[in-house]
Design a protein around this ligand. Sequence first.
Ligand code: PLP
Length: 482
Amino acid sequence: MCGQAPRAARGDTDSDHGSTIVTDERTDVLHSWCVQSQWDAPTIVGGRGAHLFAADGRDFLDMSSLAECSNLGHQHPRVVAAIREQAERLCFVTSAWGARPRAALARALLDRSGFDGGRVFFTLGGADANEHAVKFARQARGVADGLVVTRERSYHGATYACMAWSGDTRTNESPVADTRFVAHVPPPYAYRCPFGSSDADDCGRRAAAAVAAALDAHGVERCAAVLMEPNAGTNGIVAPDTYWPALRRATRERGVCLIADEIMSGFGRCGEWFAWQRHGEAGRPDLMTLAKGLTGAHLPLGAVVLSAAVAKRLENEMLNTGLTYCGHPLACAAGLAALAAYDDERLIERSRRLGAQMLERVTAMQARVPAIGDVRGGDGLFVVIELVRDRATREPPAAWPDTPPALRSLVARARDAGVSFATRGNLILLAPPLVIEENELADALALLERLLLELHADQRPSMPIFDDQQDIRHPRASGDPS
Ligand code: PLP
């Protein structure tokens, strides 16, 4: 985990692989999203349900599903068994040849999304799914260099093209991300509405209208796609309900492809298989991208699901793209087992029910904890808490995307108490596995409330809730919101 002061190098003894070797991940591995010299995290050697087990014997309740990806919890027995079984039969064949788990998973995804007559292109993860979705949209629209409209405060991946499309402070700073073919619009961020509206629904409508205006201003014939997260995202924006249907109308009227980036919001995270489904047919995109929950992160896998209309446009044209591991049989077998687990354990419904409960509890907590400015989400097991220095003025404790030291220390204290929370800037992102036990969820929220109140008490009366004398610049505080 990034963000804590460096400790002396620590070796872990790893005897799982035949011989006893000493590993020191802190010196040998280049880690993502952190200053290398500051990386300091426990080594995880096992897991079960919502728990992760560390090499030093500690047990952590995972309140973020790691990078909001382990929707099925850790080591789901059904997925592990399917991987084992497929490994014994056939580990790999390229997509130049057929593979049964690949065909079955494509069909299962088309069925669950209702994309009748569509097709599925498999990738290795989220970023390459977004890259391919845009490629397909451009090819279908016949504009090879077509513009992509995305929004500020969004994240679509860390390849160069995805960095350009993302509206994320972590990727915007890259001098080589090619921003010639992207237009960013303000986000549907109702708590701090960029359009000056104090009504959430109105803010959502205005944000969708800003997309329409961007398409018109750039010329619809030059635009290939609008790429957006429909609900959950690491930037902590949860669009008001008015946003997505209005976006769909605006893109359909203009003939521009709408791509739903469901990489985080899919597979029950927002209470549906795919978050756009909350809006029914009025929300159906032209393409959607998947990863993370697709296998519950047991193996790397991403996908682009294409509507029948987009697939038809590509049907008789050369598709000049591919990845060696497109539709890897092992990963597809994991995906199939994951889908069966979501179904049989009724985890999508469970997420909707527990998400509503979590929202209610955190909203009640807000009445007792002055540092909580806003609480949003809750369509499934995804709730964002936005902390403020002063609730009346909504003054943030740190300028986005910096994380206040008090929040980092809260996360460290929670981890000492056996619970792992993810944060980003002034936000706490609650996204536990959909299999979390109800009492575990209640206990974790009670701990969070206690720590937030202690934070407040610790700093009274001489200090404000958040002390700005300390250094607050750090790209990421905790958890794994990638
Ligand atoms: N899109 C969204 C909405 C994401 O949250 C992420 C990762 O967090 C990505 C894309 C990138 O996925 P990956 O890290 O698998 O490339």
